[in-house]
Design a binder for this molecule. Structure first.
Ligand code: RIB
Length: 306
């Protein structure tokens, strides 16, 4: 096999403030919780850490603030050996996420962008050589629209795009995604942008079909306990989930994407990379927090429920 290519993640770096609760509060309600830990997070940083812990050669393009939280946000990236040359320090606060985790492992997250809001066209363009030399360029929806829209023109490998949260984007940028990684809710929002007014199908097979018909190069539709559906020019494949008891799903989707990037950077097909990603995402749901729950090479991953 040829040596794995470089993975560049362009995205958010946050500090996650975690509250564990029995159940999520209703609007207007105050509940007692436990926890209060500050852990490294941010979808971009999480995906970079997940890929690096699995042996990927990973570069991060992003920003932290000038506050003391910056070091918390960078700690996991440093420990995993991610190259931080492309991370800037911006006057003001580091990105913050307020994460509530209920007893069933499900979470709610409120993100305050802070320094992530500065990852603009200029910063992305400054990194154009690194981006062009990367086998896989990964991005999400926690940096400004212009930073994301600058990417496809600079990418010469694959553009792994996880539009979470979904924002209004140039349709050409959505179509350049290879793959676009979305859940059903995000898929509906993307379809509404690409085919305004068209009915959004309910069946997962029809959703990936509609995304491909709208011009997206390849798609991974994540379906929680039902696994995922992968669609590209070679057809559509169902990838099973691994059965685990979820403790905390925070960042499990990011672990999935980091692993997908590692598989693709090693030259695996999209379905083969999605099988690895499914096992890694399940592993991550069995531990607390995002980055601390990610497997390293050598950790035993759960098997897929074939
Ligand atoms: O996907 C989980 C991540 O979303 C958290 O780490 C939080 O920082 C938000 O970006």
């Amino acid at each position: 096999m040829s040596p794995a290519g470089v993975i560049t993640v362009v995205g958010s770096i946050n500090v996650d403030l975690i509250a564990q609760v029995r159940r999520h509060p209703m609007p207007g309600e105050t509940l007692h919780g436990t926890g209060g830990q500050m852990l490294p997070g941010g979808k971009g940083a999480n995906q970079a850490v997940a890929a690096a812990k699995l042996g990927g050669d990973v570069r991060m393009i992003g920003a932290v603030g000038t506050d003391t939280q910056a070091e918390v946000g960078l700690a996991g990236l440093r420990a995993a050996g991610v190259d931080l040359t492309g991370v800037r320090e911006i006057e003001g606060p580091t990105g913050l996420a307020i994460v509530t985790v209920a007893e069933d492992g499900e979470n709610t997250i409120v993100v305050i962008a802070g320094a992530n809001d500065s990852v603009d066209t200029a910063q992305v363009t400054e990194a154009k050589e690194v981006i062009a030399a990367s086998a896989i360029v990964v991005c999400q929806g926690e940096i400004p629209r212009e930073g994301i829209e600058a990417l496809p023109a600079l990418v010469s490998g694959r553009f792994l795009h996880n539009p979470a949260p979904v924002m209004e984007l140039d349709p050409a940028v959505l179509r350049a995604s290879d793959p676009l990684v979305v859940n059903e809710h995000e898929a509906a929002l993307v379809l509404a942008q690409l085919a305004p007014g068209a009915e959004v199908p309910e069946a997962p097979e029809r959703i990936v079909g509609a995304l491909r018909e709208a011009g997206i190069t390849s798609v991974v539709l994540t379906l929680g306990a039902q696994g995922s559906l992968v669609a590209d020019a070679d057809g559509t494949h169902r990838i099973p989930a691994a059965r685990v008891t979820a403790v905390d799903t925070t960042g499990a989707g990011d672990a999935f994407i980091g692993a997908l990037a590692v598989g693709l950077a090693s030259g695996e097909s999209l379905p083969a990379a999605a099988r690895l990603a499914s096992r890694v995402g399940a592993f991550a749901a069995t531990g607390q927090g995002a980055q601390p729950s990610y497997p390293s090479t050598g950790d035993e991953l759960p098997q897929l429920a074939e």
